[in-house]
Design a protein around this ligand. Structure first.
Ligand code: ATR
Length: 280
C-alpha cells in the first residue's frame, strides 16, 4: 500500500524543518505516511494546491508567505483559523471540500504552558509586533485570563486594530495597545517578540524595566535569528528565555494530530532538532 501523502508549501521552502519533524512523528507513532516540502508558486498557489489535493494529498501545512492565500482558498475554516485570519493546516473532507485550520497559536500555548511551565492567569503580558503572528497568539493567551495584555507595535494603529478586534475575548483582561515609544509601565511577566524574523536589540530599541525579576521572554523565531532579542532580554532581567523551536514542533504536533488522530510525543523530537540546529 502506498503511504499517505502530506506536504508543507512555502517560498522559500528549502530550510523548512517540517519534513524532518513529521518524519520523526510518523516513525514514533507508526503512521504509514510521507511528508515532503514543496515550493509554492505565488501566482498559481490556489490552482496548485487544489490540484495536489485532487490527485493525492491528504494534508498540507502552509508557511510564509502563503498563510493568507490558504485562508482564502479553503472552503471552510475552523473557528481558530477564522480568528487568526490565516491558515497553516489544510485537510480534505469526504465530499472533497477543503478545511483550513490554524495551529500556530495552540502550538505556542502548549510550548509556553507545558514545556516552559508558564501559566498566564493573572499575569502581565507584553507582545511586541502586531502582524499575523501576533493575531494567531491572541485567542489562546486571552482565554488563559492574564491580568493585562499589551500589544505594542512600531505602527500603533495596527496594534490598536488588533486589540479592538479581540476585545470580545478579553473578559476580565485589560487588553491594551501602544506604540513602541509609549509602552505602558511594566514590569511584565511575559514578553513575546512577534516582530519580523530576526529583529532585536538595535532594531527594536525597547526601554529598560520591561521584564519582571522572574519574567520569561520568548521569540517566535528560532536559532540564530532569535539570539539578538533573547540576549537583550537576558541582559534586561529575564529569568528564562526561549526561542520558537518548541512552538514549531508543537504546531506541527497539532497538525499531525488533526490529520492522523494520534498525538505524538514532542519532547524527544524537540531535543533531536535542538541538537541538529546547534551542531556546528
Ligand atoms: P508576521 O505575519 O510575521 O507577523 P507581518 O504582518 O509583516 O509579519 O508583521 C511584522 C511585524 O514586525 C509588524 O508588527 C511590524 O511592525 P509594523 O506593523 O510597524 O510594520 C514589525 N516590524 C517589522 N520591522 C520592524 C522594525 N524594524 N522595527 C519594529 N518593528 C518591525
Amino acid at each position: 500500500m502506498r503511504p499517505d501523502q502530506y506536504a508543507v508549501v512555502g517560498n522559500p521552502i528549502g530550510h523548512s524543518l517540517s519534513p524532518r519533524i513529521h518524519a520523526l512523528f510518523a516513525a514514533q507513532t507508526g503512521q504509514h505516511m510521507i511528508y515532503e516540502a514543496r515550493l509554492g508558486r505565488p501566482d498559481h498557489f490556489a490552482e496548485d494546491v487544489r490540484e495536489w489535493f485532487r490527485t493525492s494529498l491528504r494534508g498540507l501545512n502552509v508557511t510564509v508567505p502563503f498563510k493568507e492565500d490558504a485562508f482564502r482558498l479553503v472552503d471552510q475554516r475552523t473557528p481558530r483559523a477564522q480568528r487568526a485570519g490565516a491558515v497553516n493546516t489544510v485537510w480534505p473532507e469526504a465530499d472533497g471540500t477543503l478545511t483550513g485550520d490554524n495551529t500556530d497559536g495552540a502550538g505556542f500555548f502548549r510550548d509556553l504552558s507545558g514545556r516552559m511551565g508558564f501559566d498566564p492567569a493573572g499575569r502581565k503580558i507584553l507582545i511586541v509586533g502586531a502582524g499575523g503572528a501576533t493575531r494567531g497568539l491572541l485567542e489562546p493567551l486571552l482565554r488563559a485570563a492574564p491580568a493585562q495584555l499589551v500589544i505594542a507595535n512600531r505602527t500603533p494603529e495596527r496594534a490598536l486594530e488588533l486589540a479592538q478586534s479581540f476585545a470580545g475575548l478579553a473578559g476580565a483582561t485589560r487588553l491594551e495597545s501602544s506604540g513602541l515609544d509609549a509602552i505602558p509601565d511594566g514590569p511584565y511577566d511575559l514578553l513575546i517578540n512577534a516582530t519580523a524574523a530576526g529583529l532585536g536589540r538595535d532594531a527594536l530599541d525597547l526601554p529598560p524595566g520591561l521584564i519582571a525579576g522572574d519574567g520569561v521572554a520568548c521569540d517566535l523565531v528560532y536559532g540564530p535569528a532569535s539570539l539578538a532579542f533573547l540576549d537583550w532580554a537576558r541582559e534586561h532581567g529575564a529569568a528564562r528565555v526561549s526561542d520558537g523551536l518548541g512552538m514549531l514542533v508543537e504546531q506541527a504536533a497539532e497538525s499531525f494530530t488533526a490529520w492522523r488522530g494520534v498525538r505524538p510525543d514532542t519532547g524527544p523530537v524537540l531535543r533531536e532538532l535542538r541538537q541538529a540546529i546547534e551542531a556546528p
